[in-house]
Design a protein around this ligand. Sequence first.
Ligand code: SAM
Length: 279
Amino acid sequence: MSEVGKLYIVPTPIGNLADITHRALTILAQVDLIAAEDTRHSLKLLQHYDIQTRLISLHDHNESQRAGELISRLQQGINIALISDAGTPLISDPGYSLVTQCRAAHIDVIPLPGACAVTTALCAAGLPTDRFRFEGFLPVKMQAKHQVLAGLLLEPVTSIFYESPRRIAQTVKDIIEVLGGDRELVLAKELTKTFETFFSGTADNCHAWLLADTNHQRGEFVLLVSGNKKSQTDVPPEAMSLLVLLMKELPLKKAAAITAEHFSLKKNTLYQAGLDLNK
Ligand code: SAM
């Protein structure tokens, strides 16, 4: 056993059990310990591939304390693989604290490429892929959610969100309110599974489709929002959110001036962005 162990970041399938690499299976079988978000869930995957490695839990609620224990084990020469319930760990999943602590302790962190819902959805959605913005889950609270969405008003690149079946219809409704019913969306649902579906259309069309049949709202979703094609602005999304909020209460000139001062931007740029919003 080497002096210090390594931490392997190992993606697991997002639906189709066959979507795991040969290298991932080898590493999972070879390491001394697998840190998993939900050990009972991951046991099924390991049993499917006849992997006997011991599991230990690492989830949002115990990560800060568990990370310390795992670092000690790594320093004793134990090799550990980190997995999550599905897809790539750390992508809207636990592991960030463990990885930063490993890096700080000069422990090697070895990433394996593999399944991830965001790239799986993007590569087949038919929206521009040259640049994109991944936002994870939207905030649950309405005001914070609307603020994030307002940041997309002039965003020129494709934005991508994870969303739960319970909230998908309401989120599309919120998009209609904030971005307008004609913004192009893609709903990428049940990726890699039997009922994989891509539904593309305006936000109005997508909302109507979701309401047309309760089955349409079931399953896991990646929501892709097309960029604003008319937008050429250099205004960062955070500044755009503030501008939109202030514009509800103040004249554009004043809203632009306050936002410009807060973000050290030019007043004219903000003023023009505000005018573009009202076009
Ligand atoms: N780490 C994962 C990854 O690499 O994609 C994401 C974990 S996050 C907790 C779970 C969310 O990812 C789901 O709520 C859904 O939005 C998205 N997701 C995961 N699997 C999916 C699938 N098969 N089809 C569509 N979306 C999926």
